[in-house]
Design a protein around this ligand. Structure first.
Ligand code: ADP
Ligand code: MG
Length: 318
């Protein structure tokens, strides 16, 4: 069997913060990154793709806000499903094209996919993940009284809605992912961390939460028994003393070294923090390497020639 690598594409890298966020811009970025993924597949790397959706869900929440008196707001689980569909169909179209150009005839299947979280996850008691538009303190209090959502101050720019970000526990569509892979398909799954679902009695229900896509990718890679996890984003890797004159980009580090940097408070919650947490969890659980690097260097990152690679302690050359 070819080496299986789970590749996670960053939502910010697909829709850069300085950009327009237009469909055309996201399509351009996806076509270019899928060209690189196709190159990997053509050289024999077996790939499962997943992707972030932070900026894309943010855009839907802004529309929710502006249209709130006209059409019902879309709940968060629906937002995740929406973005899996849009990012998924564009990525699948681009990847199939780039594969065909390289003489590889394989179907690419973007899967609307669900991930189970625990009903009693501590994240539900204390929502921490800021989403959607910014409000003044008065606006936020007003809204909290009418919509029952939680809002919190976020630095100088104002207040934002805070939602729970529970730990992903189980990829509910894993059997379908396996079936599709067995039939030769390249699968795009668990986009945006997966649609969050919880068990309520004998049923599963979509819930108002967002799963961190990096943790979702690490779970999927472990469940698929992947040989590697690669998280692609809009920076070249992981830096210590990031943004300071002492900034130093990490190349190859062992799991213990990376955990020591994390314990040292090097990585910010909400950006590099969850990526480092995710790759460390995967390396520990699967005893295989994981990398973080730039989307536009995807192939080199997968080959360990660019980005930051975390390796098991007993295999510093892995
Ligand atoms: P994605 O959409 O790919 O998940 P994020 O914005 O969540 O992207 O995370 C990537 C960002 O993390 C980078 O753009 C960078 O500004 C920021 N970052 C924070 N701390 C670090 C660090 N220690 N090293 C590298 N990047 C960092
Ligand atoms: Mg992120």
């Amino acid at each position: 069997m070819a080496r299986l690598v789970v590749i996670a594409l960053g939502g910010n890298a697909i829709s850069p913060s300085g950009g327009s966020g237009s469909a055309a811009e996201q399509t351009r970025n996806l076509w270019s990154s899928m060209g690189q993924v196709a190159g990997l597949v053509a050289e024999g790397v077996d790939v499962v793709l997943t992707h972030g959706n932070g900026p894309q869900v943010g855009a839907i929440l802004i529309k929710n806000e502006m249209a709130r008196d006209v059409v019902p707001a879309v709940p968060l689980d629906w937002c995740v499903a929406n973005t899996q569909a849009t990012i998924g169909f564009v990525a699948a179209t681009a990847l199939e094209h780039h594969l065909r150009v390289r003489g590889v005839d394989r179907p690419v299947v973007p899967l609307v996919s669900r991930v189970r979280v625990d009903d009693d996850d501590p994240a539900f008691a204390e929502p921490t993940k800021p989403v959607g538009p910014w409000f003044t303190a008065e606006e936020a209090e007003d809204r909290a009284a009418t919509d029952g959502h939680v809002y919190g101050p976020q630095g100088d720019r104002g207040w934002r809605r805070l939602v729970p970000s529970p730990r992903p526990r189980e990829s509910l569509d894993l059997p379908a992912i396996r079936l599709l892979r067995d039939q030769g398909a390249i699968v795009i799954a668990n986009g945006g961390g997966g649609i969050p679902m919880a068990r309520r009695g004998d049923r599963l229900e979509g819930i108002e939460a967002v799963i961190d896509k990096d943790l979702g990718a690490a779970l999927l890679a472990h469940e698929l028994d992947a040989d590697g996890l690669v998280v692609l984003t809009d920076v070249r890797g992981v830096a210590v003393d990031f943004g300071t004159p002492d900034e130093h980009w990490l190349g190859r580090v062992t799991l213990s070294e990376m955990r020591a940097h994390a314990d040292d408070g090097q990585f910010r919650a909400g950006s590099m923090g969850p990526k480092v947490d995710a790759v460390c969890r995967f390396v520990a659980a699967s005893d295989a390497p994981a990398s973080i690097g730039a989307l536009d260097e995807a192939a080199a990152v997968v080959h360990g020639e660019a980005g930051t690679r975390v390796v098991p302690d007993d295999r510093p050359d892995g």
